[in-house]
Design a protein around this ligand. Structure first.
Ligand code: NAP
Ligand code: GLV
Length: 326
């Protein structure tokens, strides 16, 4: 019997390829660069499964170009690039990769938090410029982390992993979430539920971990920055459009907040030009989950989701399983 046909929009990793090749007749986009949209639309036309990344928009146009498609398996936990209701209407299963990247992403968010507070990147640039004159009492003074207040917006898997890290720094943790966590979780993580207004007013660090949705787009607006302490920092490893980048640039210029450290951007790969030259901003290129171990696990998980579906089982990380017919 012939195998179902799959398109993978990157070469992926050997462990994931092995699963795909056992279960599918697979076509890979051969390079680790974004597949041009025209190629994607053409190559998906005869495919039963699509293994994609968060940079590929899965919308009505793509679904119309892929009449045989039964599953979209993204190598990411975020799925704001996928029109899930449109997939459901066309009886296309959607899967993602939750859980395996929590600690890696929280590690990066924590690294950004430490680096912006202690001006690590500025210090590195100074030394490399060859102009550092040696130790002085008032050089590169930053803010303390230990004992401060961390505000976590989005208290899911990654938000909680941040709160767990804060325990080791004796921080007070305030969190905001659509639904309140259980008392056990609050007790274990020593985290206090707070409304957004209070969290913004009281936190020394505000870290974002909500998915991008109509409700969270521009959650961090001029109004929000106005409420933050002038000594506070913003960390964003969630999605770029959760922050109004123009408002952030203005808030930094007007000294409404002390700094920002960003992994994600409103219009990736573009970054608001006003942020590029600022010393009170750290910018990294969407590397939250970028460890060898975690990216491999994500690719394996995406391949497994697709393979399980064609083996007649419910994929472990299905987002619309109940609405999709076998
Ligand atoms: P998760 O476990 O689903 O957590 C998200 C949390 O946000 C949930 O607790 C959810 O509340 C809450 N939430 C949703 N909408 C909200 C709203 N309008 N107001 C307040 N809280 C809201 O997701 P996760 O695995 O932690 O990932 C979070 C996001 O991080 C992903 O969606 C992705 O965009 C981003 N991410 C980025 C990277 C990176 O490389 N930078 C890596 C991984 C993930 P409920 O409990 O009520 O559902
Ligand atoms: C990364 O941004 C992800 O959503 O996995």
């Amino acid at each position: 019997m012939s195998k179902p046909k799959a398109l993978a929009t990157r070469p992926l990793f050997p462990a994931a390829r092995e699963i795909l090749e056992r279960n599918f007749d697979v076509e890979y986009w051969p390079v680790q660069d974004k597949m041009p949209r025209a190629d994607l639309l053409r190559r998906v036309a005869d495919k039963d499964a699509l293994i994609c990344l968060l940079t590929e928009k899965i919308d009505g146009e793509l679904l119309a170009a892929a009449p045989k498609l039964r599953i979209v398996s993204t190598v990411s936990v975020g799925y704001d690039h996928i029109d899930v209701p449109a997939c459901t209407r066309r009886n296309v299963m959607v899967t993602n990769t939750p859980g395996v990247l929590d600690e890696t992403t929280a590690d990066l968010a924590w690294a950004l938090l430490m680096a912006i507070a202690r001006r690590v990147v500025e210090g590195d640039a100074w030394i490399r410029s060859g102009t550092w004159p040696g130790w002085e009492l008032d050089q590169l003074l930053g803010g303390d982390v230990y004992g401060k207040t961390l505000g976590v917006i989005g208290f899911g898997r990654i938000g909680r992993a941040m709160a767990r890290r804060a325990l080791g720094f004796q921080m007070r943790v305030l969190y905001q979430n659509r639904t309140r966590a259980s008392l056990e979780v609050e007790r274990e993580l020593r985290a206090e539920f707070a409304d957004l207004d209070r969290l913004l007013r009281e936190s020394d660090f505000v870290t974002l971990h909500v998915p991008l949705s109509a409700d969270t787009r521009h959650l961090m607006s001029a109004v929000a920055f106005e409420k933050m302490k002038s000594t506070a920092y913003l960390i964003n490893t969630a999605r770029g459009p959760v922050v109004d980048e123009a408002a952030l640039a203005r808030a930094l210029e007007d000294k409404k907040i002390a700094g920002a450290a960003l992994d994600v951007y409103e219009s990736e790969p573009k970054v608001h030009p006003a942020l590029l030259s600022r010393r009170d901003v750290i910018l990294v290129p969407h590397i939250g989950s970028a460890s060898v171990e975690t990216r491999t696990k994500m690719a394996v998980m995406a391949a497994t989701n697709a393979a399980e579906f064609f083996a007649g089982r419910r994929p472990p990380n299905a987002l619309n399983a109940d609405a999709v017919r076998p």
